[in-house]
Structure formats: structure tokens, C-alpha cells
Design a protein around this ligand. Structure first.
Ligand code: NAI
Ligand SMILES: N[C@@H](CC=O)C(=O)O
Ligand code: NA
Length: 436
């Protein structure tokens, strides 16, 4: 039978993983897909780089649109990244009747509704397993494996770069900058690494998973985002004293009032498996009403792990190419005419536990004032720790773990606490999730 022909736009880290694994596992891939999968054309801004990757038997073009329109190509693989020209390229490929496989979560989080609509209208597939949690088949799990369930929440370590940075800082004492530099050298980081560090990349991914889990349109603008750049080593150490690890989590949760969608550094009990996910590894916890909690673990970035997901999508698309478009697995797990408009909740409506760190002057009554303010805002304290007074500054740290409280109440209490003249500097507020 005739091979499926692919065209690749962008010949960087992910594309190299795709090409190398396709070559190495060609025979098994063909046995699984039922047809051979062959690279017909690649676009590259540097011809020599493309030649080194695909050899001489493959057509190389400078213009990405030549890939989108290539008459021989059945599936295009978009591994350029960024919003433009990726968006125009993908829409052009769809308009030309090509199926698309992309690793680009930024593109889909911002323009996914438009892209999936165009694909639906044209009867082609846009597959994106590589876009979320790299090599972990979590999109397939959400869309197919868990499709019997009413999903309650998802919480995941879904950015390899930041998990790598946090791990190297904690275990090896590396500086933030040194750890980021190595993550970039290993091909984990985004072209603009502030997307990793500031939580934007994780927000792109949790936004996509939120849509798949709850059957709602993709709504990146509703995400509350906080990265790890302001996280202090002091708070990582105090969290450990309470038996918690701090991880950058993407969280989406169905509540009676609407959907929470947030990314922030989070305290997790150290006994949880997910608290022990280190380095570039990612892990996604999904809670379904029927199945309970399930955990998906694996490499969240890197050439071959990400290539593994791109190729899984290529095999899936190859299998469905002969199937009736009306009966394919829907892009966002729910049928396009069955998406709901459940409200997306602001961060102020979130209810969870909080970690607060205050720097205070060692004077009588300081603790009483703080606990009174917390009580006035309906915030009850679960545990508290006070460090020894620093002889020079006469200051001490008070660390408070609260019971479940409302974010807006915690913010109001923090404002009042900050105004006390015994409280100096900022109050650090981190969220705690038991994930049980
Ligand atoms: N590196 C990783 O571990 C992972 C990356 N991804 C995603 O995969 C995509 C690609 O990432 P990488 O391979 O790491 O990036 P990369 O920077 O290594 O490769 C990008 C390639 O696209 C080309 N390119 C970029 N802009 C272009 C343009 N305007 N016109 C033509 N060519 C252009 C570049 O020359 C380069 O060959 C991104 O969307 C990224 O978020 C997803 C999962 C993991
Ligand atoms: N920059 C991303 C790459 C994979 O999506 C990450 O570090 O996780
Ligand atoms: Na994946």
C-alpha cells in the first residue's frame, strides 16, 4: 500500500526527535499504522541543517507555505513554535486538505478554537499530543481512555524546564540562572524561556486540558498565571519543615460555581507521588468520578520523548485517513456542537489552603494581632512556625498554614496584616493542595 507522506515545517529539537525515531523504528511503526510513514518535504531556514537531519533523498524548501500546499503531502507536522507564521501555516495546510500534527501549545491555547473549527469544516484532523506534557500520552488518555468519566479536576507538573530548575536548585544547590541555562542547552526550554519561568507554557497546557476535561471552548484568557521567578529558597525550606514540596502546578477544577484554571507554585504533601517527580519529568493527576485519581508520568520535554508523541499522532491520523470524518475522535474530546459555556472563575473565588510567611519585629502582641485579623476574615490556622529572633535585625519569620479559605478573604487579611507596624516587608502567600 502507498506510504503516507509527511511535510515538516521547522527543523529544530522536536523535528529531530521525529525524524530520528521515524527512521529507527520504521518497521514497527509501519506494522502499527498499516502504512509506511515517509518524510517527503521539510522546510528549513538553514538548508545545511535540514540536509544533516533528513539526508539527500528528501525535498528541502525555504518557504513553509510550500509544505502546506505540497501536492504529495498527506499530513503536515508543525514544529516551528510561536503564534505566527504557525497559525497562517496551519490554516493554509487545513485549507489544502492536509491533516496537521503540531507540538505548539501556545498556538492552540490562543487560536485553537479557530483552528479546530477550520479542521472540522474541512474534515481533517489536527492532532496535538506533543503539545501537552511532551512524551506523556495524556491527551489520548483524557480524550479516549477516560471518556466514561465526569472529570473533577486535573493537577499537573506540566513544564519540564521549571521542574528541572526547581530540582537542580533543591538537590544540587544550583542557582536559578545556571539551571535555566542547562535546561536551554538540553533543548527543554521555549524559544522565549520566560514562557517557561513565568508559568505561561504551563498555562497553555492546562488550558487545553481544561477544554478536553470539561467540554468547554479553549479559554486561555481565563487562566491565572504565576511562575517560579519570585519563589524564594526560604519558602522551599519552610515548606519542607511542614512536610511539603513546592512544585509549579497547572490546576483546573470543576466547582459548583464554575471552572478554576490556574498555574502557580504549590505546596504538595511530600508523601504524594507527584511531589517526588523531579528533573524534566512531568506528571499529571486526573480525578474522574468513576475511575478515581489516575496519574500519568514521563518526560515532559526533549527531542525523542516529544517526537514519540508526534509520531503517535501520525500513526493515529494514518489509521483514520480512510475513516469517515464524521466518526473520528473529536478534537476536544466532546462533539463540537456539545461544548458548554460553564463560567471560568477568577482567582479571587478559589478556595484552598494557604501558606503565609511574614517577617515581623519581635514585640509583644504581634502574634495576637495577626491571628485576630485572620479570624476576622474567617481564616482558621492549621499550623504555625516561628523562627528564632535574628540578633541583629530583631526580626523573626512567622509561617502559617491555614485551613481551606477563600482567596479574596486571604488577600484582604494579608493587606491588613501588611499594614501592621510590626510586620516588615512583603507577606509571601503560596497555595497548598492536598491532591487526595
Ligand atoms: N523542545 C521540547 O522539548 C518541546 C517543544 N515543544 C514545542 O515544539 C515546538 C518546537 O520546539 P523546538 O523544536 O524545541 O524549537 P526549536 O527552536 O528547536 O525549533 C524550531 C524550528 O522552527 C524553525 N522556525 C522557527 N520560526 C520559523 C519561521 N518563522 N519560519 C520558518 N521556520 C521557523 C527554526 O528555524 C527551527 O528549525 C514549539 O511549539 C515548542 O513549544 C513541545 C513539547 C516539547
Ligand atoms: N518548554 C517546555 C517544552 C515542552 O512542552 C517544557 O519545558 O516543558
Ligand atoms: Na503528551
Amino acid at each position: 500500500m502507498k506510504s503516507i507522506k509527511i511535510g515538516i515545517a521547522g527543523t529544530g529539537v522536536v523535528a529531530s526527535g521525529v525524524v530520528n525515531v521515524l527512521k529507527r523504528n520504521q518497521e514497527e511503526i509501519t506494522r502499527r499504522a498499516g502504512r509506511g510513514i515517509e518524510v517527503a518535504v521539510v522546510s528549513s531556514r538553514t538548508r545545511s541543517k535540514a540536509e544533516a537531519l533528513v539526508g539527500t533523498g528528501v525535498e528541502i524548501v525555504d518557504d513553509i507555505m510550500a509544505v502546506a500546499r505540497h501536492p504529495d503531502v498527506d499530513i503536515v507536522v508543525e514544529t516551528m513554535g510561536g503564534y505566527e507564521p504557525a497559525r497562517t501555516f496551519v490554516l493554509e495546510a487545513i485549507a489544502n486538505g492536509k491533516h496537521v500534527v503540531t507540538a505548539n501549545k501556545a498556538l492552540l491555547a490562543e487560536h485553537g478554537n479557530e483552528i479546530f473549527k477550520a479542521a472540522q469544516d474541512k474534515g481533517v484532523t489536527v492532532a496535538f499530543e506533543a503539545a501537552v506534557a511532551g512524551g506523556i500520552p495524556v491527551i489520548k488518555s483524557l480524550r479516549e481512555g477516560l471518556s466514561a468519566n465526569r472529570i473533577e479536576w486535573i493537577a499537573g507538573i506540566i513544564n519540564g524546564t521549571t521542574n528541572f530548575i526547581l530540582t537542580q536548585m533543591r538537590e544540587k544547590g544550583w542557582t536559578f540562572d545556571a539551571a535555566l541555562k542547562v535546561a536551554q542547552e538540553l533543548g527543554y526550554a521555549e524559544a522565549d524561556p520566560t514562557f517557561d519561568v513565568e508559568g505561561v507554557d504551563a498555562a497553555h497546557k492546562i488550558t487545553l486540558m481544561s477544554a478536553l476535561a470539561f467540554g468547554v471552548p479553549i479559554n486561555f484568557k481565563a487562566a491565572s498565571i504565576e511562575g517560579i521567578s519570585k519563589l524564594a529558597a526560604t519558602d522551599i525550606a519552610y515548606a519542607e519543615k511542614f512536610g511539603y514540596r513546592i512544585k509549579l502546578l497547572g490546576i483546573t477544577k470543576r466547582t459548583p460555581d464554575g471552572i478554576e484554571l490556574r498555574v502557580h507554585p504549590t505546596l504538595i504533601p511530600e508523601s504524594r507521588l507527584i511531589a517526588n517527580v523531579n528533573g524534566v519529568m512531568n506528571a499529571v493527576l486526573v480525578k474522574g468520578d468513576a475511575v478515581g485519581a489516575t496519574l500519568y508520568y514521563g518526560a515532559g520535554a526533549g527531542a525523542e520523548p516529544t517526537g514519540s508523541s508526534v509520531i503517535a499522532d501520525l500513526i493515529d491520523v494514518t489509521r483514520t485517513i480512510t475513516a469517515d470524518p464524521e466518526h473520528r475522535v473529536p478534537h476536544l474530546a466532546f462533539q463540537p456542537d456539545a461544548l458548554e459555556n460553564i463560567p471560568m472563575l477568577p482567582l479571587s473565588a478559589v478556595k484552598t489552603r494557604y501558606y503565609l510567611r511574614l517577617t515581623v519585629q519581635d514585640r509583644t502582641g504581634v502574634l495576637a494581632n495577626i491571628t485576630r485579623i485572620l479570624a476576622d476574615h474567617d481564616i482558621s490556622v492549621d499550623a504555625m512556625l516561628q523562627t528564632e529572633v535574628d540578633d541583629t535585625t530583631k526580626q523573626t519569620h512567622i509561617v502559617i498554614m491555614t485551613h481551606i479559605s477563600l482567596e479574596s478573604s486571604v488577600d484582604a487579611a494579608v493587606q491588613q496584616i501588611k499594614a501592621l507596624d510590626t510586620v516588615t516587608g512583603d507577606v509571601v502567600k503560596l497555595r497548598v493542595e492536598e491532591l487526595g
